[in-house]
Each structure stands twice: as C-alpha cells, then as structure tokens.
Design a protein around this ligand. Structure first.
Ligand SMILES: NC(=O)c1ccc[n+]([C@@H]2O[C@H](COP(=O)([O-])OP(=O)(O)OC[C@H]3O[C@@H](n4cnc5c(N)ncnc54)[C@H](OP(=O)(O)O)[C@@H]3O)[C@@H](O)[C@H]2O)c1
Length: 284
C-alpha cells in the first residue's frame, strides 16, 4: 500500500513510520513538506500522490497553550483534518485521523467508560478543536477511521514517564494526581493497532484505541518507580491541588469493545509500560 503520513516527525508519527515501513511504501511529510492547514497545497499534494491511506499524525497538542491560542489550534486540529478529508475523497484515499479522549467532558462516573457513539462534549479548546476535526472528517469523506486515543507516550519527545523518571531520581517524594482515570497508551501499540486495522480492512468509523486496562497517574507513577527500581515516595493529590490552565478529564476511560470485536490485538498498559521502559532505559 502507498501510505502518506502527515505530522511524521511527531511522537506517534515516528512510531507509525517504524511499524509500517517494512510492508508498505511510505511517504513521510513533516510540516515543511505538507502543512495540513494549507487547503490548496493539501489537495494538490494528495491528488497527485493518490495514496491508498493517509495517516494524520499532525496536531496542535499543547493542551494548556491552546486555551490562549484558539485560532492556531483550530487551524491544525479542525481545518487540517477537514482539508485532508476533502483531498482524500478526491483521491479516493482512506483517511486515518487520530483523535482524543478530550472530545468528552470526562465527568462520567469512573465505574464506566466512554463508548464511540456517545455525544461529544469537550470542555477545553484543544478538545473542541479535535472534536471539530472529527466532524470535518465525517462530513467530507466516507472512507475514514477516527482513532481516539489517550495518555499517549513514546520514546520520541517529552512524556509523563520521562518526567517521572527524572523527578524520581532528583527527589525523595513526588505529588501525583489520583483522581484522573485513564489508559496510558504506548505509541508503539497504537501504531500496531493502525497497522492491524489496515491489514484487516476493518469497517470504517470511529474506534477507541488505547492500551487495555485503566489506572490513575498516581498508581501509574508507583508502577514506573517500581519497575525502574527508583526509591521515591509517591503522594496522591487531587486535580484541584495540581492546577493547570486547561481542565483535565477526571474520566478518560475509553471502551475498547468495538475495536476488540474486530479481532485487533491490544496489549495492557502494564505490558506497554514494561516494553517502553526497556526501550527507554536501554537508550541511557
Ligand atoms: N500525546 C498525547 O497524550 C495524546 C493523547 C490523545 C490523543 N493524541 C493525539 O495523537 C496524535 C499524535 O500526537 P503526538 O503526541 O504524536 O503529537 P506531537 O508529538 O505533538 O506531534 C504532532 C506533529 O504535528 C506536526 N504539525 C503541527 N502543525 C502541523 C501542520 N500545520 N501541518 C503538518 N504537521 C503539523 C508537528 O510538527 P512540529 O513539531 O514541527 O510543529 C508534530 O510533528 C494527535 O492527533 C494528538 O491529538 C495525543
């Protein structure tokens, strides 16, 4: 298959390249090669290339900064996927758009997880622009996948685990929020889900694609320190004690029933963390 990866230099973009490169012809575009906010350029590029798939890994991901930069976030997160959807339809390409748990308000009881067909209700600028990106895809092409993920981490770029590994070595104790629930997701495993979806040609639509299992940042940090043999006390705190510009969802739990029913194999977050730490700590 000929596959165009946009935002190819981002964290997920790197992993998607590594996962797909042996079996597919990849065209990897960073922002300099293809700015997804430039509608004319996107249409020209995609209709000339005629890829079988477009995997859109490009996004404005600075959740807090987005609160003061609506226009910039909207351009990349809403207009960008819309442009790609218009171009995908013209070129008869299949569009894979990556979305987020932030399209929900995160207020649901933590005993439950969000299903794909639930009404979106974003409460942040980042979340609302990503939700508009989903609508732009749905309204402008028929052959699409929207893969919502959450708590994504990988070896490329910054992430929560890298921060905790550093703090755990520098300090005797750290405070970590214990009232946000979700599934830490290894970018390698999301890239594998994308590959499996392409290989299996699963039905088009929206799917929830995080690692399996749920935890809190506090419990996850204890697991990180335990596996990395770091002796640092972890204190549970509330979101209110840990102020951030953009409100974080209390419940980011995304039900995987729909994608699992397609026979897609998804490891647990514990398994993802172990493999990530092997990769990360071997680099040091
Ligand atoms: N990270 C998470 O925890 C998380 C959670 C849920 C969902 N997601 C979603 O997962 C996807 C991948 O996220 P990520 O963490 O890999 O993001 P990332 O590391 O921030 O990468 C995003 C990439 O998009 C590029 N980009 C920005 N504006 C662009 C434009 N106008 N045209 C083309 N490329 C542009 C960036 O390039 P520059 O760096 O050069 O600007 C960067 O390489 C995104 O859709 C994100 O919303 C992420």
């Amino acid at each position: 298959m000929k596959i165009l990866i946009t935002g190819a230099n981002g964290m997920l973009g790197h992993e998607v390249q590594k996962t797909l490169k042996n079996e597919h012809e990849l065209i990897c575009a960073d922002v300099a090669k293809l700015d997804i906010t430039n509608k004319d350029k996107v249409i020209e590029y995609v209709t000339n290339l005629k890829p079988d798939y477009i995997v859109n890994c490009a996004a404005y991901t600075a959740v807090d900064a987005a609160e003061d930069n609506y226009d910039a976030a909207k351009k990349v997160n809403a207009d960008g996927p819309t442009n790609l959807a218009i171009a995908a339809k013209m070129a008869d390409s299949i569009l894979i758009q990556i979305s987020t748990d932030y399209v929900f308000d995160g207020e649901k009881d933590v005993a439950e997880s969000y299903k794909e067909d639930e009404k979106m209700g974003p409460v942040t600028v980042y979340g609302s622009t990503k939700a508009d990106g989903e609508k732009g895809v749905e309204e402008n092409c028929d052959k699409y996948y929207i893969f919502r993920t959450a708590w994504l981490y990988g070896v490329s770029g910054k992430n929560f685990i890298k921060t905790m590994l550093r703090l755990g070595k520098e300090r005797d104790e750290v405070n970590v929020v214990n009232d946000q629930h979700g599934s830490p997701t290894y970018a390698v495993d999301l890239a594998s889900i994308i590959k499996q979806a392409i290989d299996k040609k699963i039905p088009y639509g929206i799917y929830h694609t995080t690692n399996q299992g749920f935890t809190t940042w506090y419990e996850f940090t204890k697991m990180i320190f335990n596996l990395a043999n770091i002796d640092c006390k972890v204190n549970p705190v509330t979101s209110e004690e840990f102020a951030s510009k953009a409100k974080r969802p209390k419940n980011s739990q995304l039900s995987k029933d729909k994608i699992l029913a397609q026979g897609i194999v998804i490891p647990t977050y514990e398994d993802g963390l172990k493999r990530y730490l092997e990769e990360e700590l071997n680099q040091e």
